[in-house]
Design a protein around this ligand. Structure first.
Ligand SMILES: Nc1ncnc2c1ncn2[C@@H]1O[C@H](COP(=O)(O)OP(=O)(O)O)[C@@H](O)[C@H]1O
Ligand SMILES: [Mg+2]
Length: 228
């Protein structure tokens, strides 16, 4: 197997208040994702899915355990190295889209390229076209439907062709039909550019789109099954 894009070994995360451990959100999670692999992560609310994604993004640090992205140990990269990795190698899609309301569709996508040091407006336009938003580049988020807003977020995630896209309940705020279209678009774009995807989802249709299904229970990944 080629070098995994993500390798997580025995990952623990304890949230503390006044020095006391109040929650063990991750209790020894393990995970590997191959380049271009599409993974769906299931699990009840509170099982630790968002915590895991935050750790993978380098936005928060684990209590112990190893995380490697692209073969790089997040802990030894340091804060500046993690920020650089996040900007250049990772893409994000969230439940509530997280678009900047005062920027147009184009500007939302272009900003993420600028942060990655790639000043290429044509790439931003092409990314919007690939999510079927050609002609709506100059709209503001409030001038677009929920599904269209999530498609801007997908364009923003794919535009820098990151090694890995992390999606936290990307269809959680959409109706079923729109949600399925968004899921299909996201997984298609990932396969097209051989980007890995880890998506937290509740939809039973995920298996149709994913290579593997992971299940998280109480901070541990308990099941790992290949989709046919
Ligand atoms: N910043 C935080 N401080 C304290 N506890 C937290 C924090 N974030 C999450 N938790 C707790 O950690 C557990 C896992 O939460 P989370 O990762 O958000 O689960 P999921 O995304 O699967 O719903 C929950 O019990 C939650 O209340
Ligand atoms: Mg969550």
């Amino acid at each position: 197997m080629p070098q995994p894009v993500v390798r997580v070994v025995d990952l623990w995360k304890e949230y503390r208040e006044n020095g006391q451990v109040v929650t063990q959100a991750l209790r020894g999670a393990n995970l590997e994702a191959a380049p271009g692999e599409v993974l769906a992560l299931f699990g009840k609310s509170g099982s630790g899915k968002t915590t895991l994604l935050n750790m993978l993004a380098g936005l928060d640090r684990p209590t112990r355990g190893l995380i490697e992205i692209d073969g790089k140990n997040l802990e030894t990269l340091g804060e500046a190295g993690r920020t650089e990795l996040r900007r250049s190698r990772l893409g994000f899609v969230f439940q509530f889209f997280n678009l900047l309301p005062t920027l147009t569709a184009f500007e939302n996508v272009y900003l993420t390229l600028e942060l990655a040091g790639k000043l290429n407006p044509d790439a931003a336009r092409a990314a919007l076209e690939r999510v079927d938003l050609k002609g709506k580049e100059n709209r503001y988020p409030h001038e677009l439907s929920g599904g269209e807003q999530q498609r801007i977020a997908i364009a923003r995630a794919i535009v820098k062709e990151p090694a890995l896209i992390l999606a936290d309940e990307p269809t959680g705020n959409l109706d079923t039909v729109t949600g399925n279209q968004v899921l299909e678009l996201l997984t298609e774009r990932c396969r097209e550019a051989a980007m890995s995807l880890i998506m937290v989802t509740h939809t039973p249709l995920a298996c149709k789109h994913a290579d593997r299904i992971l299940k998280m229970v109480d901070g541990v990944i308990t099941e790992d099954e290949k989709c046919s």
